[in-house]
Structures are given as C-alpha cells and as structure tokens.
Design a protein around this ligand. Structure first.
Ligand SMILES: [Zn+2]
Length: 190
C-alpha cells in the first residue's frame, strides 16, 4: 500500500500555512467544531449514524466528529493505521481550508490569487488523499473541487463526469476561472 511521503504532505501543509495568512487556525477549528457540535446536538439521526461508525474512522476537530472515513472502503483498500491517520489529517486540512474560503469575500479577496491558490492546494490535498487510499492519482476522480465554497462551476454536471477527463469550468468562478482562462490561452497559442 502506497502512502504519501511525509515530505510532500508537509510541503502541502506549509503552503497551507502561507495562504492562511491572517486566518487564525485555532479560531477556524473552534468555528468548525462549534457548528458541527450544534448539528450533532440538533439531530438524533446524525448522532445515531455516527455511533454506528467505529471510533477509529472518525475525523475529529477539537474533539468533535466532523466527518468519517468509509469503513468498508478502508477494509477493501487494506488501509494501515498510518494510512488512516494520514487521511484524517488531510480531511482536517480540507475542512480548515473550506472554512477559510467560506470566510473570505470573493468580491474582495485577501489577495488577487487567494482563491486560485486555495483551489490549487485543494487539488494537492485530493491527490494526497487518493494516494493515501491506495488509488491511482487521477484528477478525473476528484470530487471536492466543485464543492468548495464560492465555486460557481456546475456541481451536478461535474459529479456526473466522475472518472471522465476534463472539467466543466465557469469562467467567472473565483477559484477555477483563472485556470480556465490560462487553459484557453494555451489552447489558442498551441
Ligand atoms: Zn469552480
């Protein structure tokens, strides 16, 4: 079973630190945990569902379960405890990144390249997740990018293209529009 090399994960986390800039990760985590705790307190179905998932598959932020790893898929992929821990760390990073993006204003971003940088980092995280799961690293199977806060690319159309090469990008998307423009420019000059 392949697992992400520590160095690469660290590199990803470091670039995360650099774009976090003015965002206080402790505060982000507090916000995430508070909201998730409220959701759990308000829904007995959600609480019961989470109880059915063995504790070792829970992804937690400040002691609150925010998501979980699919236990049957973990068994199928013969994940080691180390793989699981790596995946949980990546999920925490993804959740923090989403929170940070959610707090930023697309009309007035912290910097010009803030959202494209976030999108780039999210893609790195998705590749690392694929690797930790023991899957081939393939962007055609990525599913988080179009679910990111402020992404205006079509969710359903992209979800339907699971495993198909090529994304459907809206040129006005604060996250992916620039990439689209660059791709267009490359196509024109090719
Ligand atoms: Zn987008």
């Amino acid at each position: 079973m392949k697992k992400p090399e520590k160095k690469e994960t660290e590199k990803t986390m470091n670039s995360m630190n650099s774009i976090f800039g003015k965002y206080d990760r402790k505060k982000l985590r507090k916000r995430i945990a508070r909201r998730q705790k409220k959701a759990l307190d308000e829904s007995i179905e959600l609480r019961n569902f989470m109880k059915m998932i063995p504790e070792k598959y829970h992804v937690k932020i400040n002691g609150v379960t925010t998501s979980y790893m699919n236990p049957s898929l973990a068994l199928q992929q013969k994940l080691s405890d180390e793989n699981l821990e790596e995946l949980k760390d990546l999920h925490v990073s993804k959740t923090e990144l989403f929170e940070m993006m959610d707090l930023a204003d697309p009309e007035n971003p912290p910097s010009d390249d803030f959202f494209p940088k976030c999108a780039e980092l999210l893609q790195e995280i998705e590749f690392l997740m694929q690797r930790a799961w023991g899957f081939t690293e393939d962007a055609a199977y990525h599913t988080w990018w179009y679910q990111a806060p402020h992404c205006t690319c079509p969710t359903l159309d992209n979800a339907e293209r699971f495993g198909v090469e090529g994304k459907i990008i809206r040129h006005d998307c604060p996250l992916h529009g620039k990439i689209y423009e660059e791709a267009e420019a490359t196509a024109e000059t090719a």
